[in-house]
Design a binder for this molecule. Structure first.
Ligand code: URA
Length: 207
């Protein structure tokens, strides 16, 4: 029996499998269509997501939303989640600065992402950045070695690897457009995995 997504979400709210819960406001579980054909996996909630309780609603989420729209992908038709469900941060002045999760924190959280994938059973998993790649594909893999192509597998969903949208926020202004456009180009590869729109040719009765 595939796990129940709503049940997983409830259980994850009280997860204490690693120490990250101590300084986080709340667990930020995945959201979107529970029958999505495409699941997007980021790293971990950021400051805005930790406060709001929703994935990808801060600055990186805005880049993602824009790029998805340009790639012709409706966010409501997919499922968006993170490899790690608690915000890891360190104080810098009054700000909470993102800290990359450790392997053991990624491993402690793996049960939730694996549960989400088992419940949804998508056709494509898009890894946004290195942490998602390390959590799902290979601890040693690099983004450059994998990005920009659909990686079909014998069993399980295909993979697509691309950069994390927060990387686009950090590149120097002169590189921004190129890096952003290649992110959109990668996301476009996911588009054929969307179900045909209702009322489209497949849905119409033959004359
Ligand atoms: N970065 C992520 O990886 N995930 C979020 O939800 C927000 C920022």
């Amino acid at each position: 029996m595939p796990p129940d997504l709503a049940e997983l979400r409830r259980e994850a709210q009280s997860c204490k499998a690693c120490p990250l819960w101590i300084h986080a406001t709340q667990t930020v579980f995945g959201e979107g269509d529970p029958q999505a054909r495409i699941v997007l996996v980021g790293e971990q909630p950021g400051d805005a997501e930790d406060r709001a309780g929703h994935p990808f609603v801060g600055p990186a989420g805005q880049v993602l939303d824009r790029a998805l729209a340009e790639a012709g992908i409706d966010r409501a038709a997919i499922y968006v989640t993170n490899a790690v469900k608690h915000f890891k941060w360190e104080p810098r002045g009054k700000r909470r600065m993102h800290k990359t999760p450790l392997q053991q924190e990624i491993a402690a959280c793996r049960r939730w992402i694996e549960g989400e994938l088992a419940a949804i059973r998508p056709d494509l998993v898009v890894c946004l950045g290195a942490t998602a790649v390390h959590a799902l594909i290979d601890r040693e893999a690099t983004i450059t070695g994998l990005r920009g192509r659909i990686i079909e597998r014998q069993a399980g969903p295909a993979w697509l690897v691309t950069v994390h949208p927060s990387y686009i926020l950090r590149v120097p202004p002169q590189a921004h457009s190129l890096v952003y456009q290649s992110f959109v180009a990668d996301l476009r590869l996911a588009r054929p995995f969307l179900p045909a729109p209702a009322g489209g040719p497949e849905d119409r009765e033959s004359p």
